[in-house]
Design a binder for this molecule. Structure first.
Ligand SMILES: *Cc1c(COP(=O)(O)O)cnc(C)c1O
Length: 404
């Protein structure tokens, strides 16, 4: 039986302070205590249900965290002000000076830059590996390795991690398997496949409105408590705290996530099939030509499809830029980074979101100049969208180019 993430989100019941159907927003940074003793206990971490200070936790953030934990099937979760706020706090909680991380080499540019350039300042080092090769992953593990890090579907190359196989390696070597599931909310439930900690950038599909950044770490009660510890908790001490007004707004957007993901996936599948038929080099996990198509199928919760992200390769950066500018002029979407919006977003990752990755390494991992990453929108009439995109491709001679 596959996990039913949307059911778990929908089954949560909220009563606002005045009986409202939405939880009341906690618009306070600090909280009163009726007795001094309870304040002391709360600092010691022993007063359940008491709030201390909003960098530690707040009712609104806990509501959103519980919805995300329900989605991912973890005991609990801690929301953060951004995806990077969740990722860096989680990694710094898990790693001490001298520790080592084994990470997929195809990860979000910011995460890559953090592990490659920033973490070494704290004497935390990382080996970047081809995550689709479990032997290579295991070979990179050293006696100092603490964390195995990957994205379930990677940015921007849409490589799929075999979370079950990685989890076996993690258990064997006593590592914490951390999975960034930003590209595949609802579709993939990493916890069910053996992941220990699941992270999202809420900025993308989960919020879906491109009006805020946000992040979350989902995990065991023990781990989340450690992140919040007043003595040595990375979230508590580094302070990437989400504001209550914003978490209330993300919680409301989350209620339509299942409907949106289905539409993103249906639209992306339609376009991916058409683009491939037209002879464009198309990468989409829903296509049988994708090297991890069968793996994705095995892992997925089938109701939500293969996600809203696809890439095409149009040969050169000039062609990519020409096409993207034209598509924006034709109102087919925005030339913008990020994903999960109601309109289609497109960008050339090599010169934008993955520009942190040195050119040499981009080449090695197959990140070509002419690559365009699409986050497919919620278009009601995807056939019309396709016809209009095709007209743009013909105009900039991309389709003709491919036929030669
Ligand atoms: C955007 C993104 C992040 C970073 O999230 P922010 O909310 O921008 O800090 C991390 N991982 C993935 C896969 C992303 O797409």
């Amino acid at each position: 039986m596959k996990y039913k993430p949307a059911n778990h989100i929908q089954d949560l019941q909220y009563f606002g302070e005045f009986g409202g159907v939405n939880p009341s927003i906690s618009d306070s940074s600090t909280y009163t205590f009726l007795s001094a003793k309870t304040m002391f206990d709360t600092f010691e971490g022993n007063a359940d249900g008491c709030y201390l200070y909003s960098r530690h936790s707040s009712p609104s953030n806990l509501y959103l965290g519980e919805a995300l934990a329900a989605m991912e099937g973890t005991e609990t979760a801690n929301v953060a002000a951004s995806g990077m706020g969740a990722i860096t706090s989680t990694l710094l909680q898990l790693c001490m000076a001298g520790d080592h991380v084994v990470s997929s080499r195809t990860i979000y540019g910011g995460t890559y830059a953090f592990l490659k350039n920033f973490a070494p300042r704290l004497n935390i080092t990382t080996s970047f590996v081809d995550i689709t090769k479990p032997e290579a992953v295991e070979a990179a593990v050293t006696k100092n390795t603490k964390v195995l890090y990957c994205e379930s579907v990677s940015n921007p190359l849409l490589e799929v991690a075999d979370i079950e196989a990685l989890s076996k390696i993690a258990k064997k070597h006593n590592l914490t398997l951390v999975v960034d599931n930003t590209f595949s909310p609802l579709s993939i439930t990493p916890k069910e496949l053996g992941a220990d900690v699941i992270i999202h950038s809420l900025t993308k599909f989960i919020n879906g409105s491109s009006d805020t950044v946000g992040g979350v770490t989902c995990g065991s009660q023990n781990f989340i408590n450690s992140l919040r510890s007043v003595n040595d908790g990375a979230n508590m001490l580094l302070g990437p705290t989400m504001d209550s007004l914003r978490s209330a707004s993300i919680l409301k957007n989350m209620r339509t996530l299942h409907i949106r993901m289905k539409q993103h996936s249906n639209n992306a599948m339609y376009l991916a099939q058409k683009f491939e038929e037209d002879g464009l080099r198309t990468v989409y996990p829903g296509l049988p030509s994708h090297p991890s198509h069968e793996l994705f199928k095995r892992m997925m919760n089938p109701d939500y499809g293969f996600g809203g992200m696809l890439t095409i390769d149009v040969g050169t950066l000039d062609k990519a830029n020409e096409l993207m500018e034209l598509m924006q002029n034709e109102n087919l979407g925005y030339l913008a980074v990020s994903l999960g919006f109601y309109k289609t977003l497109f960008s050339a990752p090599g010169s934008s979101t993955s520009s942190e990755i040195p050119l040499e390494e981009q080449k090695e991992m197959g990140l070509t100049d002419g690559l365009i990453r699409f986050s497919i929108g919620l278009d009601n009439d995807i056939e019309r969208t396709y016809q209009r995109m095709k007209a743009c491709m013909e105009k900039v001679e991309i389709l003709a180019l491919q036929e030669n």
